[in-house]
Design a protein around this ligand. Structure first.
Ligand code: ZN
Ligand code: FE
Length: 254
């Protein structure tokens, strides 16, 4: 099984899962680049996976269903995502391109957001980004924090496949939170070189996220201190630290 990105819009990645003959895509926000890639590689689309309802993740579903009639479109049971034919939820398993993926409910960015986990890969949509996380739109901060904590407990070698190329900008904010974190600085240098060559910075191994992503580091003293300094008040627990950092980034950085 091979996984590779199909760039879409300004900074989206539609992940292509293929075995050289059959293929599935995750979050096809746009059908154009997907159809082009399938044709170029002679692949047959056999399934679509949707993580959440936002249009930049579902916009290409209708046209892809027309081009490949009858294929399953897996998507969230706890929110309405356009074009989904097979609603799935926590505990379900799906089989695509000969591989099995476990469905996780990871609410927070939206109330019904899903992740798909299997073969050492996690398709996490807009829940976890490299060096960052999604904004809280229709879920809650507590939900997003809990979802990220679950992800953080996966094996460290897990490869994370978020839906956007935000790594460089996220590392800029990570430096606000932890200016003295050398892992962030060395990662930034590598990411800058990749971006200058136009290459993706994803997937991202979980161990690297644990070392550089402030939203997964809300239990560390220096992250707690930075969050309290921004909030101007002591913070009672990790969820409060998470909420402060997320709010700080929304209001001051983005
Ligand atoms: Zn989204
Ligand atoms: Fe998105």
């Amino acid at each position: 099984m091979n996984i590779s990105p199909i760039p879409a819009f300004d900074d989206n990645y539609i992940w292509l899962i293929s075995d050289g003959h059959d293929a599935a895509v995750v979050d096809p926000g746009d059908e154009g680049p997907v159809l082009e890639r399938l044709q170029r590689e002679g692949l047959q689309l056999t399934a679509i996976l949707i993580t959440h309802k936002h249009g930049d993740h579902t916009g290409g579903v209708k046209a892809l269903k027309q081009a490949f009639p009858g294929i399953p479109v897996y998507g969230p049971a706890h929110e309405t995502a356009s074009g989904v034919t097979c609603q799935v939820r926590e505990g379900d398993w799906i089989e695509v391109v000969g591989a099995r993926f476990q469905v996780w409910d990871v609410p927070g960015h939206t109330e019904g957001h899903l992740a798909y986990y299997g073969e050492g890969a996690l398709f996490c949509g807009d829940t976890l980004f490299s060096a960052g996380c999604g904004r809280v739109f229709s879920g809650t901060h507590r939900q997003l924090h809990d979802s990220l904590r679950r992800i953080a407990a996966l094996p460290p070698e897990t490869l994370c496949y978020p839906a956007h190329e935000y790594t460089l900008a996220n590392l800029g904010f990570a430096k606000w939170v932890e200016p003295e974190n050398l892992d962030i600085l060395s990662r930034e240098a590598k990411v800058l070189a990749l971006r200058e060559r136009g290459e993706p910075t994803l997937p991202s191994p979980l161990w690297l996220e644990l070392a550089t992503n402030p939203f997964l580091r809300t239990d560390l003293d220096r992250v707690i201190c930075a969050a309290q300094k921004y909030a101007g008040t002591p913070l009672a627990d990790e969820a409060a630290v998470f909420t402060a950092i997320r709010t700080w980034k929304d209001k001051e950085y983005d």
